[in-house]
Design a binder for this molecule. Structure first.
Ligand code: DX5
Ligand code: ZN
Length: 224
């Protein structure tokens, strides 16, 4: 599995230092973009990605929670995004998928906890990452919604049956109590914000999270 610390829970006044701190245990860096319309919260945009780009070699995984992603794709690509994820709730994502591809950026598609897998299934052949929201988007530190695991497991089956190279990513409420279940359901990438950046030692928290997620902490697994 891959671990993606979410900078939403980092100290923005020292973002580069926060990122550097967790880098030894990070496979990607998750960047939550919120516009105050699609979700009630307002966060960051392309200028922050641009500032971060020369300060890290990590893959910048930009999760767009905005009403108008189409107007921002070029700016995020120019700023140095490696992946851009858009929400299916906005309608047919094909024009967005096509533009993200044209920009040479990896394509992510996401869906809210109450959006059925059927809504994203038609696009599995066209995307690189399928993101499962395991909280309603907008804020860090919310409780994990366990019913999302059934969708992850179903998507795992579909992707494996079809031999698709789509990575399954899960976002929201991931911590030591939930990481193992997410991996067992079939998630490849775990996003974690508060579980990492709100810890006294974020690097140790990330290391612990990975150990729990992979079963390397010695915990019995449901399948064992
Ligand atoms: C929520 C964001 C998440 C958030 C997760 O809308 O998409 O990426 O950072 O935060 P935690 O890990 O604290 O639930
Ligand atoms: Zn996110």
């Amino acid at each position: 599995m891959k671990l993606a610390p979410s900078i939403l829970s980092a100290d923005f006044s020292q973002l580069a230092a926060e990122v550097e701190r967790v880098t030894p245990e990070a496979d990607l860096l998750h960047v939550d973009v919120m516009d105050g319309h699609f979700v009630p919260n307002l966060t960051i945009g392309p200028p922050v990605v641009k500032s971060l780009r020369p300060r890290t070699d990590l893959y910048l995984d930009c999760h767009l929670m905005v009403d108008n992603p189409g107007e921002l794709l070029d700016d995020f690509a120019a700023a140095g995004a490696d992946g851009i994820t858009v929400h299916v709730e906005l309608g047919d994502p094909r024009p967005l998928i096509a533009r993200i591809r044209e920009l040479g950026v990896r394509v992510g598609l996401t869906h809210n906890p109450d959006t059925p897998l059927d809504a994203v299934e038609p696009y599995l052949e066209e995307i690189d990452t399928l993101l499962f929201m395991s909280v309603f988007p907008g804020f860090g530190g919310q409780a994990f919604i366990p019913s999302v695991l059934e969708k992850v497991a179903e998507a795992r089956r579909l992707v494996d049956e079809r031999g698709l190279p789509v990575e399954l990513e899960i976002d929201g409420g991931i911590g030591p109590a939930t990481a193992r279940q997410a991996v067992e359901a079939g998630a490849d990438i775990l996003v974690a914000g508060s579980a990492i950046f709100h810890a006294d030692d974020p690097l140790a928290a990330a290391r612990h999270l990975r150990a729990v997620a992979t079963g390397a902490d010695g915990a019995a697994t449901a399948s064992a």
